[in-house]
Design a binder for this molecule. Sequence first.
Ligand code: SF4
Length: 639
Amino acid sequence: MPYGYNGKILRVNLSTKEVKVEEHDDYFYRTYMGGAVLGAYYLLREMKLGVDPFDPEALIVFAPSILTGTPAPGFSRHSVVCKSPLTQAIADSQAGGFWGPELKFAGYDAIVVKGKASEPVYLWISDGEAQIREASHLWGKTTGETQTSLREELRDDKIRVLAIGVAGEKLVRFACILNECKHANGRLGMGAVMGSKNLKAIAVRGHDKIKMQDKDTVIKWAKWFSQNFMDNPSNAGLHDLGTGEGLMVLNKDGQLPTRNFQTGFFEGAEGISAETMHRTIFQKGEGCYACPVKCKRVVGADKPYQIDPFYGGPEYETLAALGSDCGVSDLVSVAKANELCNKYGLDTISTGATIAFAMECYENGIIAKEDTKGIQLNFGNADAMVKMVEQIAKREGMGDILAEGTKRAAERFGKGAEKFAIQVKGEEMGMHDGRVKGMVGFGYAVSPIGADHVVVEHDTDFDFNAPDIFVEQMKSLGLLKRCKTTGMDYQKLRMFRYLQFHFSFMDSLCLCVLAFAPVRTFTMAHLVAIASAVTGWEMSLWEIMKLGERRINMFRAFNIREGFTPDDDWLPQRIFEPIKTGPREGARYDPDELKTMRKLYYKIMNWDPETSIPTKAKLIDLDLPWIIDELEKVGKSVR
Ligand code: SF4
């Protein structure tokens, strides 16, 4: 009898309206485990080379993991995996909330969707039964209206709804997917892939709890977490102020992305800080399934904009992307933009970064008032920023070009606009400056999914000012020394590799990085104990780290197959230029160092140092020999 997983994966073909159940054995679940790795398995096996993300033949996989839905904090997430319309590379994006656990309670470990419905549809999954249902009445609706309408229609207000908004329907390349209207599979355009399939929503309801081999142990550690998380400095801060707790610290240190990464010090930072939020528009903290940290914010306001608390509140990345990066210091405007992003289904990071890019183009005469239909798109114009969010979601006016993302918009604008596009592989950079945090910058360059800030734990957590507990908790990975913050060296390269595997297994087991070591409450030992108690397998940190390495190699193999090369593992020009002002004035990423470290990275990953193709030996080591055939079939030489 399996523990942790149901043994059932739902296969849906929207073109043929076929719904069937696929079953796998214990070997499959112990090798791929869920989330990003499970999604990559289906993409590599079944998606043909060169298929466009919007082609009906493209796959999109919704996957929690073998541990999702267990009653321990931080086990609530699910991944969505597809080929990204923003980057044309493999993409995975995780969301917290309640949807992943509910899918498990409804009897499924994942949903693999392909095809395109002839009319808008939604999926309804209830206690093992799955149906494709007509959704014309939902098309054009906000995520909130969609959720409300489905709960009324299905007569159950406990149904968990994952939905796209108008941005996904209009194929905005960074449209996202929301559950509970505030938990987002935010990055890389998953919402547009759903939109291209005419799939508006997936509603789930289940009454079976997860079967665990040793439930008492899991409950014991869940209780321990609840009693102790406030002793951890990071979790206490997240509980009290949310993810925005570090914004003022970053600003003081000169690393808060400001005016499209021109500088790292924002004179208006106080206005958009978590402390200001708490004094003014904050209503309450909320969390994900079984988590007492409750790091999510709920905000409300009447003036100058009405903010609907139903859509949550801005997190750090949103405060920076739609705030400092656009030069906007008015919190209510940022909160309004956040609400619109959640209503329409837009990634707040790419939305803010794209508007910041357009603002710099505007200030440098690359686009003019005639192009923006009279909107003065200067940095600091909060009203213009909010208007642009609306226009991007609906693909109106200038928003139609910006909806393509900064890389494509820069190509369209010409006149040197590409130097203002702060992106890697087409994905807009997360709101952390690689010129200050060397491992984060390196991660932006070599990550298979693009410039994502959640591919490695950040340098500042282990530098010479970091709390002792973070450095202590890292030691079980064999990482024993603190590091410098900026740049890379041999020690940091080794550290990057291990911490990248760590973040990679988090995305594969669908764990929340805000609940686990090295920086947060649960230690590596807790993870191993809980994973073993849930599954009944005698698991080890070695096995779990190998899962993380497996994900990185599968993702690399997918991209290699699609034609990506080491040239794509690079940073935008701005990161090689010195920060203009503030405490970090002059800091820059050295391109020669990047080139050297990149080659060394390929070598320690056991990839071909010239092509970055995983070697035969590495693929065999990771129990992925079938990928050798997949690559050789399309003419890639695996040595
Ligand atoms: S720490 Fe925050 S994001 Fe993570 S599971 Fe808890 S409430 Fe959700």
